[in-house]
Design a protein around this ligand. Structure first.
Ligand code: A2P
Length: 313
């Protein structure tokens, strides 16, 4: 299975990353301030997971400003002593900072917390822009067409603060001509929501997908690992059910971002194996042959006048 994919910039992005989000609280409440206390409950966990991951050989860490733990991740990176040019660091622009003048300061905040002067990848976290001052106050213009946001990101690429830019949970960014096309699209992909049409479209359009909640997230991980096809393949190959699912994602041609703060799982999740064709097909068919169900959708929590995923991914 591929250990890396090559992006349009020529950069090679590792196919398996450590996801660093903990909890869904901010999605449910739709706020960007006040969630910090909740994150503090898990303080230390993410840093330890990052250190375990780097020690085990991960070189790709997927984070975001809103996770509220970039300083902890940065400290772990520093203590791990992996040279910066061997690391792939992703962060994401939060909804309140889509206005062009707000982007560089919030990017700088992520950079300083992570202890680096550039990101390998910066994503627009959601195709939803809020006003800077008002949580859940929609910026309709920037939501309808994020072209000014994207142009600012392109400028920051030219300035050297970001090496690649991408999107999340959206298929068509804008109808305007772009200097840099989105390098990746980070979307929910798992056994319960495998999105084969989106995967096909993305391959045809040279847009690499990144799978978040690849095990179905904490809500459905137990159910995912107990799927009969997953268990059978695991047994046959002598690997764990989580490894079957993570391998399936890479074999489908996507980046995979499993999250864990449990050291033995962090190590387990990095080791992917090529599934025999018949097993891969069996899993792909099983994933497509039940009602599709998305794990994460904050549209109601954010009181949006539309569904973020209407016609999108
Ligand atoms: P924990 O962090 O306590 O180890 P997803 O990546 O789909 O969002 O799923 C994350 C959830 O899956 C977390 O609850 C995490 O638990 C759990 N998890 C991650 N890796 C494994 C694994 N190898 N085996 C079992 N559970 C796992």
């Amino acid at each position: 299975l591929p250990t890396h994919y090559t992006l349009p910039s020529g950069d090679k992005i590792p196919s398996v990353a450590l996801g660093t989000k903990r909890g869904l609280w901010y999605l449910d409440r739709g706020t960007h301030s006040g969630h910090i206390g909740v994150w503090q409950a898990g303080r230390g966990e993410v840093g330890n997971a990052v250190k375990t991951a780097l020690y085990a050989g991960y070189r790709h860490i997927d984070g975001a400003w809103i996770y509220g733990n970039e300083a902890e991740v940065g400290q772990a990176l520093k203590e791990s002593d992996v040279p910066r040019d061997q690391l792939w660091l992703t962060s994401k622009l939060w909804n309140n900072y889509h206005a062009p003048e707000d982007i560089e300061p919030i990017l700088d905040d992520s950079l300083s917390k992570l202890g680096t002067d550039y990101l390998d990848l910066y994503l627009i976290h959601w195709p939803v822009a809020f006003k800077k001052t008002g949580n859940n106050v929609l910026d309709e213009e920037l939501t309808a067409d994020p072209y000014p946001t994207w142009q600012k990101l392109e400028e920051l690429v030219d300035k050297g603060k970001i090496r690649n830019i991408g999107i999340s949970k959206i298929q068509n960014l804008t109808s305007n001509p772009l200097k840099y096309q989105p390098a990746v699209n980070q979307v929910e992909l798992n056994f319960w929501n495998p999105q084969p049409e989106l995967l096909k479209w993305s391959k045809e359009n040279d847009l690499l997908l990144e799978a978040y909640s690849p095990l179905g997230s904490s809500k459905q991980v137990a159910k995912s690992l107990a799927v009969p096809e997953v268990k059978d393949i695991a047994c046959k190959l002598g690997i764990t059910p989580a490894q079957v699912l993570i391998s399936w994602h890479v074999q489908r041609g996507t980046i995979v971002l499993p999250k864990s703060v449990t050291p033995v799982r962090v190590v387990e999740n990095l080791h992917v194996f090529e599934l025999p064709r018949e097993d891969f097909d069996k899993l792909e068919n099983a994933a497509a042959s039940h009602p599709q169900k998305r794990v994460v959708n904050p549209s109601k929590g954010w009181k949006l006048p539309f569904d973020v995923f209407d016609g999108e991914n």
